[in-house]
Design a protein around this ligand. Sequence first.
Ligand code: SF4
Length: 280
Amino acid sequence: MLYKSGVEYADYCINHVEGCSHGCRFPCYAMMMKKRCGIISSYEEWLEPKIVENALELLDAEIPKLRNKIKSVHLCFTTDPFMHGWKEISDLTLKIIEELNQNGIKCTVLTKGVYPKELIDTQKYGKDNEYAITLVSLDENFRKQFEPGTAPYSDRIESLKYLSDQGLKTWISMEPYPTPNLVKQDLKEILEKIGFVDEIIFGKLNYNVKTSEFENNKSFYEKRAKMVVNFCENNRINYHIKRGTWGETEKKNKNFSKKKQSELNDISRLKLPLLQYQLS
Ligand code: SF4
């Protein structure tokens, strides 16, 4: 269940579900890989999540062997841990986070769903976890077209803000950010909704023909990356601009620590049939 990630911002990771009902049409890189490897045959099959039903037993067997090597575990790269409308998946994810935290292992979590409020119980889940949502727009028509099974943007933001207000560390994955030929929007408006977070990761949209067709693609992303950096610097938010979004190297600033509630008050506020299988 636990394996070393090859991703720059994550150590180990866990994917306790196969498939994802969110059905992102950017397209979803995980779905493309599963199709290429012959694990799934169609988009429709991808939409039917299959839980690894013995995930907790496997985890219990692996933790003692890996505990000393792991800095943190990321949930998830090839599925969504709080898949919208799938309580069974959310419940299992909570148990996995609890198990890891009780063994002294921190989790980083990324979802396009909604965070359960019980995560604020830091006796059970620990206080060092980092919780994130993916947010690339506020336009619900865009969401319904490109991320059809996900939670509405406002619900995602609200659930993340709730965790932030309780003192937990939160971040935003603003990738893959769409070009204007996919959705016309004001990045400033999106940023103003998420001024409470501790970090923003910003990256361009890859693997999409429409984006490549957008003539001013390069300068569009450079300008948007600069906006993100300025916003973050002004609001003491850490940032990470992914490689290829603004020049060929990534840009990072990780100097800011968790903002206090009094500081947050100064920042623009939020106005606002299951298949199962076994792995051996
Ligand atoms: S939420 Fe993530 S794993 Fe699920 S379909 Fe979208 S991109 Fe793929």
